[in-house]
Design a binder for this molecule. Sequence first.
Ligand SMILES: Nc1ncnc2c1ncn2[C@@H]1O[C@H](COP(=O)(O)OP(=O)(O)OP(=O)(O)O)[C@@H](O)[C@H]1O
Length: 259
Amino acid sequence: MALVKDAIAFDGVGQTFLTDTGPLTALSGVDLRLDQHEFVAVLGPSGCGKSTLLRLTAGLMTPTAGRVSVFGKPVDGPRDDVGIVFQQATLLPWASVADNVVFPARHMRGRVDAQDRAQAQAIIETVGLKGFEQRLPGELSGGMQQRVGIARALFLNPDILLMDEPFSALDALTRDAMGFELLRLWQASPKTVLFITHSIPEAVLLADRVVVMSKRPGRVIADLRVPLGRPRDENALRTPEMQDYMAHLRGLLIHKEVA
Ligand SMILES: Nc1ncnc2c1ncn2[C@@H]1O[C@H](COP(=O)(O)OP(=O)(O)OP(=O)(O)O)[C@@H](O)[C@H]1O
């Protein structure tokens, strides 16, 4: 089947919040497109509206200007073809790993059937948690909890995966390992990924394209293809070409942060 162009499209998107101290414009004039199965990382200063971009894509809010479309249709509410992974896994602490993973089925259909259980088991195995199905989140390490969060986001086999700094609370080694695990999952079952991070190496190692946003009100100031083939490993970042590429990204970020 041919891949869809512009699986996610932001056209002149703006978002202004009404706050106690007056209107706050988080995003202004954001234009961005992702083709189906593209992996796009977003870098930008704190508060520039990166999480807001994800919430708009997930249909958790509607933009105050412009339009967000998924597969050609304006987003007008939460969608079941979109999975979200947050910085903290936000698991139900009293529910087992297996129950956390099937939670979207319970939430959407009000019940969980044998097929859901089988599907959850397969995903739990895919993310490397076989044997931990009946454990509670509190019994797991941070990396394992984040794996449960990823399994839950993948449970409905969404076309689109939105990830909001999913590995930033993890130690450096676990973080790197989780990044490669994510790539493995993405290559085995391709998805359109919008991935927010503060880490330039993480963005470069994972993504097809890196988008840099300005400070608030956030807009896209650079949209650069990553000049690396796949598969990738950390050594790929050590070449002079990649060091220059990352220095360029850093320059864009630092310059725009103080501008
Ligand atoms: N519901 C809301 N009501 C009021 N202001 C909001 C709301 N959501 C976000 N904001 C404000 O909008 C701006 C952008 O927030 P957002 O969380 O999207 O930024 P971010 O780029 O993800 O930040 P960070 O990198 O620090 O996580 C911030 O100034 C934030 O305080």
